[in-house]
Design a protein around this ligand. Structure first.
Ligand SMILES: Nc1ncnc2c1ncn2[C@@H]1O[C@H](COP(=O)(O)OP(=O)(O)OP(=O)(O)O)[C@@H](O)[C@H]1O
Ligand SMILES: [Mg+2]
Length: 152
């Protein structure tokens, strides 16, 4: 199985998907999160990062581009590339150094980094659907498929 689509009624449902991912995710892994402004990418990231044990807030690093979280057993890097003007800027921030054998990289707005960003293992797309959201999860690698099978 490489794709899965379902409906998320409210914010709690979106957080629950992140928490579920947290229970099964294994580094290294790269997760792309796409969808319109306000679709729920950061909400899902919050469920995932807090599910991995982070106690504080999770805000999108809109201006800093990346927020690191040192968690037990895994380094998490949460990217928001919305304000990236040119994918080349990723070279200047040393993008490759974040994608290590022990890191989970969550990337909002990955299309802004096209060409310089490592490929995703799993791609989650959120879209507005009435007052809720539709979530579409696509596995793009063997680790991605394993994760998708585990959460389904
Ligand atoms: N399944 C859902 N149904 C309805 N509302 C939701 C759902 N999931 C999240 N939301 C709400 O939608 C908003 C999503 O905001 P969020 O910051 O997560 O979006 P985003 O995709 O990260 O936006 P941006 O592109 O600006 O970073 C929040 O107000 C959240 O409460
Ligand atoms: Mg966001």
């Amino acid at each position: 199985m490489t794709e899965l689509t379902f409906f998320l009624d409210n914010e709690d449902d979106t957080i629950a998907v992140g928490q579920k991912l947290a229970r099964h995710v294994q580094a290294p892994l790269t997760l792309y999160l796409t969808g319109d402004l306000g679709a729920g990418k950061t909400t899902l990231s919050r469920g995932l990062i807090q599910g991995l044990g982070h106690k504080g807030a999770v805000k999108s690093p809109t201006y800093t581009l990346v927020e690191p979280y040192e968690l037990e057993g895994v380094e998490v890097y949460h990217f928001d590339l919305y304000r990236l003007n040119d994918p080349e800027e990723l070279e200047f921030m040393g993008i490759r150094d974040y994608f290590t054998d022990n890191s989970l990289c969550i990337v909002e707005w990955p299309d802004k980094g096209e060409g310089l960003l490592p490929d995703a293992d799993i791609h989650i797309h959120l879209s507005y659907q009435n007052s809720g959201r539709e979530i579409h999860i696509k596995a793009l690698s063997e680790p991605g498929k394993k994760l998708l099978a585990a959460i389904k």
